[in-house]
Design a protein around this ligand. Structure first.
Ligand code: ADP
Length: 487
């Protein structure tokens, strides 16, 4: 069965709760009315029985009621109280007096029943054709050997009718009331849910081609406005991501097409013009270089793609960063020296962090490689390590060409190369720093750059020292989103 709609469910809950409440209150009211009526009947019956006793006389072997017939109040009381009245001689069990009403109703216990009743003087209800009559029974002692069982009754008919009437009223009014409230609730639920329907309609209109559209806000700041706002934020992020994806596709196509076109042109010219083996060899060598660059780019792209898909698991082992930096510094020194650059690694005490040594090596190598690439002959590169608070801090500074201020926020994006014209002369496709940032993020660290065009750059990497909590971990995230454009 299909689950009920929200509107139906709201109405049902609402009506059910109301029905339960009304039925509960109704039942309580009915019970207290019945008890109250019963109690007042009992009180009246007790009163009548007690008062009648005062009018009973036994004279000349006869039991009679003696009262002042000229006193209308007294006469009325006795007349009223003896509407259901019976007196039995307890010795014989015979009826000695009874009211006309009881005579007509034919209620007359047998002598043995009379004696039983005298033993057990409890009020008793008797069902008659005129409804239930409640009897009060008492013994009247007329003399040492003369006693009578006196029964005085009161009809419960009116009280029972009143409470039955009340119950009937409840049984009609409660369902009608619940029905009316359910209809009202159904309408109310409809208008309460209208904004949600409007939101759904607006949301349906938005597709990948119209990601710039936003859901309307009503300005009420209520839950629905918050929902719309959250949805709009998601849309904004999606729009951003799709935009970056498009730009990324364009960048990849461009990065692949340019060298391929160049290689094709070169090959065509060689086929048409090259006459010597030497010429072919030169062209092939240049194409190999270009192919190397393309392979490197594709490898980096694949690494980034795998990283983003959460396929790469980084180790969580103690790594002595000072040692790692010192050994990489030694390794890169000859490379720097071949470009007439002085690479200096400041000695530092052992600084241990938790992470993956292989991937951390990539961070240092990429930063050193960039520093060497973007520093002119005669320049200087300095690498330092320090423990600052809870962080291990690695600084790689150079006296190179620097990064223009407007380019700095973008250098960690994929394929971003500041001033392409100047970096064309140096190798690289603009993926190195994107990978560096991903690795640093996965180690719960941060990377920052300070640079001035023409003066040099300083990259600072902060990684939490082993034994500290560090920043919120992304290590176990299976779908880590790279900080720059998506792959
Ligand atoms: P690339 O493959 O071009 O080196 P990266 O992602 O490593 O790509 O770097 C992105 C861009 O950031 C580089 O093209 C360069 O413009 C700039 N950059 C990175 N490091 C330095 C540096 N030490 N000095 C000057 N510019 C740098």
């Amino acid at each position: 069965m299909r689950p009920f709609s929200l509107r139906t469910r709201l109405t049902l809950y609402y009506s059910l709760i109301l029905a339960i409440l009304l039925a509960g209150f109704g039942f309580l009211a009915y019970r207290s009315l019945t008890l109250r009526l019963e109690q007042s009947s009992n009180e009246e019956l007790d009163e009548r029985a007690a008062a009648l006793k005062g009018f009973l006389r036994f004279r000349n072997g006869q039991l009679s009621l003696v009262f002042n017939a000229n006193d209308p109040e007294e006469a009325y009381f006795v007349h009223n109280a003896t509407k259901f009245y019976q007196a039995f001689d307890l010795r014989s069990g015979e009826l000695v007096a009874q009211s006309r009403d009881l005579e007509l109703l034919g209620i007359q216990p047998s002598p043995s029943e009379v004696r039983n009743l005298a033993q057990n003087l409890k009020p008793a209800d008797i069902e008659t054709t005129q409804g239930v009559i409640r009897f009060h029974q008492g013994v009247f002692h007329a003399g040492p050997k003369q006693a009578f069982l006196i029964r005085v009754g009161i009809s419960l008919q009116a009280a029972r009718m009143a409470s039955n009437e009340f119950l009937r009223g409840l049984l009609v009014l409660i369902p009608v009331g619940v029905l009316l409230v359910a209809l009202g609730g159904w309408q109310m639920a409809r208008s309460a849910l209208r904004p949600i329907r409007d939101l759904a309609r607006a949301a349906r209109r938005i597709d990948i081609e119209r990601l710039n559209e936003r859901l309307p806000l009503r300005g009420t700041r209520d839950e629905l406005d918050q929902l719309a706002q959250a949805f709009n934020h998601t849309l904004a992020r999606l729009e951003d991501a799709v935009g970056q994806m498009r730009q990324f596709t364009a960048s990849v196509s461009h990065e692949l097409r340019t060298p391929l076109t160049a290689m094709r042109g070169e090959a065509e010219v060689a086929l048409l013009e090259a006459q010597s083996v030497e010429n072919y060899r030169r062209v092939l060598a240049s194409q190999l270089e270009e192919l190397d660059r393309l392979t490197q780019m594709i490898n980096q792209l694949l690494t980034l793609a795998r990283a983003e898909a959460g396929e790469i698991r980084l180790g969580e082992n103690p790594v002595d960063l000072s040692e790692l930096v010192a050994s990489l510094g030694e390794q890169m020194e000859p490379v720097a020296a071949s470009s007439q650059i002085k690479l200096q690694v400041q000695p530092a005490e052992s600084i241990v962090i938790r992470g993956d040594a292989e991937w951390l090596e990539r961070v240092v190598l990429n930063l050193l490689d960039n520093a060497i690439k973007f520093t002119q002959e005669g320049g200087r590169i300095e690498v330092s390590m320090a423990a600052e608070g809870q962080d291990a801090v690695l600084r790689v500074s150079d006296t190179g060409i620097g990064i223009p201020t407007e380019a700095q926020p973008h250098i960690f994006e994929r394929f971003y190369r500041a001033e392409p014209s100047r970096s064309k002369q140096v190798e690289g496709v603009g993926l190195g720093l994107a990978l560096v940032k991903w690795i640093v993020d996965r180690h719960r660290g941060r990377i920052e750059v300070e640079s001035r065009a023409g003066e040099g750059s300083c990259f600072t990497v902060r990684l939490p020292l082993a034994g500290t909590a560090g920043r919120p971990s992304m290590t176990n995230s299976s779908a880590t989103v790279l900080p720059t454009s998506p792959l």
